[in-house]
Design a protein around this ligand. Structure first.
Ligand code: GLN
Length: 200
């Protein structure tokens, strides 16, 4: 199938393997991306959950920060979960000293907004653009999850939880506070694969 999109998972830190599996289940060719040459070979990219401060440091260290910004600016579809959402924020409310982001979504995020590791939780989330007919709402896994504090006019809010924005999209960039890669429900990944297919 020549129109099978090749989707990378940024593999500097975080839950890379789970995303590779979810993407493959959603009919994409999935591969890890660590170096600029590897980034050049993918049609879209997932930035996984993990720890955004570490991921940011490693992206700079591996010479990936600028190439990532360039691809996202040029319209490459990108999907960030949790720490990945933080990486896609144009602004972090409470960054660590020197913490940089790739940016791409005109939003301000608050890190660890839903609490600490031991306050992690699961909740049903209705996500715009995801059919609920057969499987119901998406089960959101929130682990030291950020929320979106505010968005610019060109950002679409796809989901809220407890009155806070937890899924957003701006053009080719998608971000969720939660981790669909951990649930076996691949509807959010399928939505992203469609976004990538649309620009092939
Ligand atoms: N709180 C973490 C951060 O700042 C994100 C946690 C996660 O990705 N599960 O990066």
């Amino acid at each position: 199938m020549s129109d099978t999109p090749v989707i990378g998972v940024l593999a500097l830190q975080g839950d890379v393997r789970e995303h590779l599996i979810a993407l493959a289940s959603a009919d994409a060719l999935a591969r890890p991306v660590r170096r600029p040459e590897e980034l050049a070979g993918v049609d879209g990219l997932v930035i996984p959950g993990g720890e955004s401060t570490t991921m940011s440091k490693l992206a700079v260290l591996f010479g990936m920060m600028e190439p990532l910004r360039e691809r996202v600016r040029a319209g490459m579809p990108v999907y960030g979960t949790c720490a990945g959402m933080i990486m896609l924020a144009d602004k972090i409310l409470d960054p660590r000293a020197g913490q940089e982001t790739v940016g791409g979504i005109d939003m301000i995020v608050r890190r660890n907004a839903f609490g600490r590791q031991n306050e992690s939780f699961e909740a049903s989330v209705t996500v715009r653009g995801i059919e609920e007919d057969t499987q119901g709402p998406v089960e959101g896994v929130f682990i030291r999850a950020p929320w979106v504090e505010s968005v610019g006019a060109s950002v679409q809010v796809l989901a809220e939880h407890r009155g806070h924005m937890v899924a957003v999209r701006q053009k080719n960039a998608l971000a969720t506070s939660f981790h669909p890669e951990l649930t076996g429900d691949h509807r959010v990944h399928a939505l992203f694969v469609e976004m990538v297919r649309a620009v092939l």
